[in-house]
Design a binder for this molecule. Structure first.
Ligand SMILES: [Ca+2]
Ligand SMILES: [Ca+2]
Length: 171
């Protein structure tokens, strides 16, 4: 809505500490919800397409739209384009946080890297390896040793993505 765009713009300007007119990685690290998120750095990277070092307001809004909480009262116009915060778009966004080389599959190595960020230091390398194997095996239906987007969607079928992938950016 127009009102939330105005509020977002205010947030954007607050984050933009040197009044540059764009945000860099350091600016985004001021967002509390990202600073405490184990995948925060990866989420921050997704604001910067093609190795750029700055994101303008429209890019900022586009990425954040994925995290907008789904509002039950929102009327869905069947003719409107799929909103960026739909379940499928949230899953697409999550998938690309794993698929670093963008080949459309989460390899065992890519899964290991994400799990390492998420489980933290409490597990040994050996445990991490076996968690990775189990996670990939459980999702990998065609047995190619990697997780495709469809396999990813299926394995998360019962998870409350709408809830888990919502970040309140405005207070
Ligand atoms: Ca990949
Ligand atoms: Ca597979």
């Amino acid at each position: 809505s127009e009102a939330s765009l105005v509020r977002l713009y205010r947030r954007f300007r607050d984050l933009d500490r040197n009044k540059k007119g764009y945000l860099c990685r350091t600016d985004l690290r001021q967002i509390g919800a990202l600073a405490v998120n184990p995948l925060g750095d990866r989420i921050i990277e997704s604001f910067f397409t093609d190795g750029s070092y700055s994101v303008d307001f429209s890019g900022f809004v586009r990425v954040l739209a994925h995290f907008r909480p789904v509002d039950d009262e929102e009327l869905q116009d069947p003719k409107a384009p799929e909103p960026l915060n739909s379940r499928m778009n949230k899953l697409r966004f999550a998938f690309q946080l794993y698929d670093l080389d963008r080949d459309g599959k989460i390899s065992r190595h890519e899964m290991l890297q994400v799990l390492r960020l998420m489980v933290g230091v409490q597990v040994t390398e050996e445990q991490l390896e076996s968690i990775t194997d189990r996670t990939v095996q459980e999702a990998d239906e065609d047995g190619d040793g990697a997780v495709s987007f469809l396999e990813f969607v299926k394995s998360l079928e019962k998870m409350d993505i709408e809830q888990k992938m919502s970040i309140r950016i405005l207070k």
